[in-house]
Design a protein around this ligand. Structure first.
Ligand code: SF4
Length: 446
């Protein structure tokens, strides 16, 4: 649990020597508590104090990384029970289970190839969980190798047999898969494998006391990156246990259960639609990794959208970068339209302009992610800001005309903008993006 400024102060030398850049040790402690200073700025902190502060600064839910590079999945390190308290940081990784007896190309191929764009972001599956259903290490390894030939996305290797896991690891490609799972029966061999390879390890026990005891044993054996499977599969039971685990970690700072959780929605709900309902619950509360048994674009899309929406910072609207965007292949006689950098505004306007078939220049002003009316009311999308954006991105150099179309909702800016942009004709466009195609085709003239 984080320490208060006064608690940190008690661990400092209290000499007020100012070498840290702050006038007193107390001032430095307060900044440390607010995470606005680094402990290393004080050269006189004792080793004992360093250890105490480091332990207090450790996240209540450990951050665990599965996979490598652009596809890596980071889970854990959450700090709140409810998104509105601050934000959720690490979206759950969504995996598809593949049995090593399945046809790899037919089952995993379409799932791995699936991706969809939404508000400028790519939504897709995070990886594949390969299960050693055959019981044969060789079949398991062959399946892992085939999946690897399709994708470098993270894998979860599912087998209770350490020999099968070793055989699969030899062909996995060294991309940091998750090993699943250590149990009360096999934990020593699993711990040895996880320690030797430095890989994250999932542990399964249907009893929370047993799960906590297992994490303690694995930590003592030198395995730090753990993922918990509390073994519940029923919708209500899973909700209870995942909420309980999150509360224990955050409210009680109970370290033995301070790890991300893996869930298997399809094991409690065999119908694909029911499975997605359970998975949606796990996205909201509080899975770190979700392994699905079914893949269907029409069911995965809402799940990915839900995840995207829950794992955005409620205090920061999704934004696009300000700038001058080409929609189609505009020329010097094409229209120039201006709007704000709220993602939904940008993609709605860009979509309508593209749909109109009239190539255009779309100038995006920095409104701190607010939509047109909100930004105007907050003084973030006024005549001065628009004129500054026109000049900053040198819109005039792309045009033979000097006409700027502003959103209908800010028509009141017309007079002021004409003063800010002498020589420009300011045109008032439609209020709603949906009316842009008609405006561009029938009203706009260069
Ligand atoms: Fe106190 Fe250390 Fe800062 Fe000196 S450098 S004022 S001892 S916190």
């Amino acid at each position: 649990m984080a320490l208060s400024g006064l608690e940190i102060y008690k661990l400092l030398p209290k000499t007020n020597c100012k070498e840290c850049g702050f006038p007193t040790c107390l001032a430095f402690a307060m900044k440390l508590a607010q995470k606005q200073a680094e402990l290393s700025a004080c050269p006189y902190v004792s080793e004992q104090a360093k250890e105490a502060l480091a332990a207090a600064a450790a996240p209540p839910i450990r951050l665990v990384t599965i996979g490598e590079g652009e596809h890596k999945v980071e889970v854990g390190n959450e700090t709140v029970l409810f998104r509105h308290e601050k934000t959720f940081y690490h979206p759950p990784g969504i995996f598809l289970r593949l049995k090593d007896t399945d046809d790899v190309a037919a089952r995993a191929g379409p799932a791995l190839a699936y991706s969809v764009e939404r508000v400028g972001m790519t939504l897709d599956l995070n990886g594949v969980a390969v299960e050693n259903a055959s019981g044969s290490p060789e079949t398991f390894a062959a399946c892992v190798q085939k999946v690897r030939s399709l994708s470098s996305k993270p894998l979860i290797l599912m087998s209770n047999d350490v020999k099968a896991l070793r055989t699969a690891l030899a062909v996995e490609g060294g991309k940091r898969p998750l090993l699943y799972a250590a149990t009360p029966e096999n934990w020593e061999a699993m711990a040895a494998l996880a320690k030797e390879t430095g890989l994250p390890l999932a542990i399964r026990d249907g009893d929370l006391d047993g799960l906590a005891a297992l994490t303690e044993k694995l930590k003592a054996a030198g395995v730090e990156d753990l993922v918990l499977d509390p073994g519940r599969r029923d919708l209500l039971e899973t909700l209870h246990v995942l909420t309980h685990l999150r509360r224990l970690a955050l409210r009680k700072n109970f370290r033995p259960l301070g790890y991300p959780v893996i869930t298997f929605p399809g094991e409690g709900a065999s119908d694909p639609l029911d499975e997605m309902v359970v998975a949606a619950e796990h996205v909201a509360k509080y899975a770190g990794l979700i392994v699905l048994d079914h893949f269907s674009p029409s069911l995965l899309y809402p799940l990915l959208t839900l995840r995207l929406n829950l794992y955005t910072d409620p205090q920061k609207p999704i934004q696009v970068s300000p700038g001058l965007y080409e929609i189609g292949s505009p020329g010097d006689k094409s229209p120039l339209l201006v709007t704000t950098n709220f993602s939904l505004t940008y993609f709605t306007v860009a979509g309508e302009v593209e749909g109109s078939g009239v190539p255009s220049w779309l100038l995006i002003a920095d409104s701190e992610g607010m939509s047109v009316l909100t930004a105007w009311a907050a003084g973030k999308f006024d005549a001065e800001k628009i004129a500054k954006t026109v000049k900053e991105y040198d819109a005039a150099s792309r045009l033979a005309h000097r006409k700027l179309v502003i959103p209908g909702y800010v028509s009141s800016l017309l007079g002021e903008l004409e003063d800010e942009l002498p020589g420009w004709e300011i045109l008032v466009g439609p209020r709603e993006a949906v009316d842009l195609p008609n405006y561009l085709k029938n009203v706009w003239r260069p």
